[in-house]
Design a protein around this ligand. Structure first.
Ligand code: PLP
Length: 395
């Protein structure tokens, strides 16, 4: 084993803070005993706060994929059309899941270099005069490309088209890292996971649900059992679950939410914005290209970097892991071996960022990837110019 701490700089699972690790280091609890209700209630209430949602929240012991499936099977019926947007690998996986469930996804094609385009969504919905499309599904932060989709604008686009479809948003890699407001942005089902901005290990997933989505679930006829929201409703009212919850992850969730409350969500978002800005400064100084072309869509959670033509991103990542014990994200499917991804999310600070970028710069050198030195210096300079609120000073 190498000495020192491993640098886990993939875009999730993210580093789990020591406070959260300590909070989970507890004997397993009787999840049907009297002491559990408070744990369950606190987790559900805390998640409402993180989501910006007053309505129902469901917590599953599952990975994020489970919450994707839950969003669809609870609200839709076999053969229903769903409008999805190809922001990247995860949008494509959600679409594949919809197909396997017997839905009819309509995929707006994208080039994996930006977020979803509200105008394209509006145009497609306007064509659907019979209102066959029952849901619009968008990935907020596309983890495979580092592109953010403008959720509030997409809500406006759905309204401008006068379309009644449900609006479902995957916030698996955005929640608690970049701004998200379920109720204010008129989202009907939020899909979230524990292992990124929430700073927990993998193993829990969430649905935030609007009244409109609950109403839809009453007539939706896709087969569901484990994922059924109505099975959760009764037990959740008193802080319990119909089946065994991930008890120790729930302790961790309460601690993570306490940390987010102490820092304040606005500060958490500004911190992510600042680290993203500094990372992009480093990429620019190296003379490399950020995959997301549209500056306004560039993610504060991760940065996907294009390799120079003819150089293998996976070889560079392997060299960096071997020489510096740092894991970086790989390129997925369409961009396999073409990009590497730097995660700058969750429990993270300036020195961790500088360490990460130093590892990248030394890895580029060791792997013989053409670049200019000085990326880390550029990032340090950027950190000096961006204040804690994310504002960049003039000089
Ligand atoms: N959606 C997004 C945006 C993701 O980043 C991920 C995983 O990284 C998923 C969905 C799938 O979640 P999981 O791997 O937890 O099932």
């Amino acid at each position: 084993m190498p000495s020192g701490r491993h640098f886990l700089q993939i875009p999730g699972p993210s580093n789990v803070p020591d406070r959260v690790l300590r909070a989970m280091d507890m004997p397993t609890m009787d999840h049907r005993g009297p002491g559990f209700a408070e744990v369950g209630r606190a987790a559900l209430e805390g998640m409402r706060w993180v989501l910006g949602a007053e309505g129902r929240v469901v917590i599953y012991p599952s990975s994020g994929t489970g919450a994707w499936e839950a969003a669809l099977v609870n609200t839709l019926s076999p053969g229903d059309s769903v409008l999805m947007y190809e922001t990247g690998h995860f949008a494509a996986l959600w679409k594949r899941l919809a197909t396997r469930l017997g839905l009819n996804p309509i995929f707006i094609e994208g080039d994996w270099r930006g977020g979803a385009d509200p105008a394209a969504i509006e145009a497609r919905l306007r064509e659907d005069t019979a209102h066959d499309i029952k849901a619009v599904c968008v990935v907020h932060n596309e983890t495979s490309t580092g592109a953010v989709s403008p959720i509030a604008q997409i809500r406006k686009a759905i309204d401008a088209a006068g379309h009644p479809a449900l609006f479902m948003v995957d916030t698996i890699s955005s929640l608690a890292s970049i701004e998200y407001r379920q109720d204010e942005w008129g989202v009907d089902v939020t899909v979230a996971g524990s292992q990124k901005g929430l700073m927990l290990p993998p193993g829990m997933a969430f649905n935030g649900i609007s009244e409109k989505a609950i109403a839809a679930s009453q007539s939706a006829s896709l087969t569901r059992s484990y994922w059924a929201w109505d099975e959760m409703a009764g037990p959740n009212e008193t802080g319990f679950f119909p089946y065994t919850p991930a008890t120790n992850l729930l302790y961790g969730l309460s601690e993570a939410i306490a940390m987010l409350r102490e820092e304040g969500l606005a500060n958490v978002f500004a911190r992510h914005a600042r680290h993203a800005e500094a990372t992009r400064a480093a990429v620019e100084a190296w003379g490399l290209e950020v995959l997301c072309r549209e500056p306004a869509h560039r993610s504060d959670v991760l940065t996907a970097v294009l390799m120079p033509e003819g150089y293998s991103a996976d070889n560079f990542r392997a060299v960096t892991l071997r020489n510096y014990d740092m894991s970086l994200g790989n390129g997925l499917s369409k961009v396999s071996d073409r990009v590497f991804r730097i995660g700058h999310l969750g429990d993270f600070n300036d020195l961790m960022l500088c360490g990460t970028l130093s590892g990248v710069e030394m890895g580029l050198r060791d792997a013989g990837v053409p670049h200019r030195a000085g990326g880390v210096l550029a990032a340090m300079d950027a950190l000096g110019r961006i204040d804690a609120a994310g504002r960049i000073s003039a000089q």
